[in-house]
Design a protein around this ligand. Structure first.
Ligand SMILES: Cc1ncc(COP(=O)(O)O)c(C=O)c1O
Length: 370
């Protein structure tokens, strides 16, 4: 069976390096924060070309802090997308703010920038676009609106380590940005982890305190804080993996290019790489109206696949109170019904990819469709 992603082959290649680091942390007895986290933060900020990085315990926490850092408070509105992982909206809700959804564009499935301005109100406090599947959203029109209305951009870069927009890393455009280091991400930890990045020292200093119970000085809590600290073990693992992350993104790009070349012309919507940037191919997602049937056919040919994401956020029971209906965001709804993530991971072999390509061809060309 070809898996959607495979953590084992990656781990085995750097097993010794990782185990050495883990031993060092265990022997130091410094399990939370400390030098391993600080060292990773410095390296990660420099890899992106951003001033500061605040390591935290998940991508969800990172987005929560990123929004607080940008000044979002209870009662505010945040313009975001309905087609993403639920955590994008959780971060808004944790603050007591309201997600205001804008549909996604039918080619990239990222925020449709032509629809943003009509959703701005006097309560809009931030834009929270998502660099979905590892592809930058089109930031320039959003920067224009950000300047025109004085509304900060907070980037959800959870899936987009390695992506660029007009030659610059994503996550360096907004006031703040959040990353997830969930193990399957382009840069994955050995457990839960995330980070906020920013070029603003004042914001970074505040977030460093907020992640640690808002302790600006020990046992002095200036505002309500959180326990969002990063474990030392995660900092250590991320420090090792960061050295390879650029190479892994290059592998992802090579694999995606082969998919695009060999699947071209089939009756299926292939993902595109927008001209304005470099796709980091966290996921390779195709669209097909009979997605579930295609998925079953692939499975019968030993090919796993996954759904990112089968239900848009405006139709989730948790967001019923926003009073959205089916039909409100047609592109997001179609994407949710049709999306199918094919296997893609840096260590994928040529043979594994050939199996996937042949299976997709067989299913689409020779398959029996009900
Ligand atoms: C787009 C997006 N935002 C936020 C998150 C939340 O990250 P985490 O799972 O690390 O909390 C994820 C990852 O799962 C994600 O894919």
């Amino acid at each position: 069976m070809v898996p959607v992603f495979d953590l084992r082959s990656q781990y085995e290649r750097m097993r010794d390096e990782i185990l050495d680091e883990l031993r060092e942390v265990a022997d130091s007895l410094q399990f939370i924060s400390g030098p391993k986290v600080a060292s990773f933060e410095a390296k990660f900020a420099s890899a992106l070309g951003v001033k500061r990085c605040v390591g935290v315990n998940s991508g969800t926490s990172a987005l929560h802090l990123a929004l607080l850092g940008a000044g979002v408070g209870a009662g505010d509105e945040v313009i975001t997308v309905p087609f993403t992982f639920i955590a994008t909206s959780w971060a808004i809700s944790y603050i007591g703010a309201t997600p205001v959804y804008v549909d996604v564009a039918p080619d990239t499935f990222t925020m449709d920038m032509t629809r943003v301005e009509e959703h701005i109100t006097s309560r809009t406090r931030a834009f929270l676009p998502v660099h979905l599947y590892g592809q930058a959203c089109n930031l320039e029109p959003l920067q224009f609106l950000s300047q025109k209305y004085g509304i900060p951009i907070v980037e959800d870069a959870a899936q987009a380590y390695g992506a660029t927009y007009r030659g610059r890393s994503v996550a360096t455009f907004g006031t703040t940005a959040g990353f997830s280091f969930y193990p399957g991400k382009n840069l994955g930890a050995g457990g839960e982890a995330g980070a906020v990045v920013t070029n603003d020292d004042r914001i970074a200093d505040r977030l460093m305190a907020l992640r640690d119970h808002a302790q600006y000085n020990r046992y002095s809590h200036e505002e309500i804080g959180f326990n969002y600290r990063m474990d030392s073990l995660q900092g250590a693992i991320l420090g090792v993996k960061l050295q390879y992350a650029e190479q892994w993104v290059a592998e992802r790009r090579r694999l995606a290019a082969r998919y695009l070349e060999e699947l071209e012309g089939l009756p299926i919507q292939l993902p595109i790489e927008a001209q304005y940037g470099q796709h980091a191919w966290h996921l390779f997602v195709v669209m097909h109206p009979k997605r579930d049937q295609l998925r079953e056919m692939l499975l019968s040919m030993q090919v796993s696949s996954a759904l990112h994401y089968p239900r848009p956020l405006h139709l989730q029971p948790a967001y019923q109170h926003l009073n959205h209906r089916c039909g409100d965001f047609p592109v997001a709804e179609r994407a949710a019904n049709e999306c199918l993530s094919l296997p893609l991971f840096p260590e994928m072999t040529e043979d594994q990819q050939s199996i996937v390509i042949d299976a997709v061809r067989t299913a689409l060309v020779g398959g029996v469709w009900k």
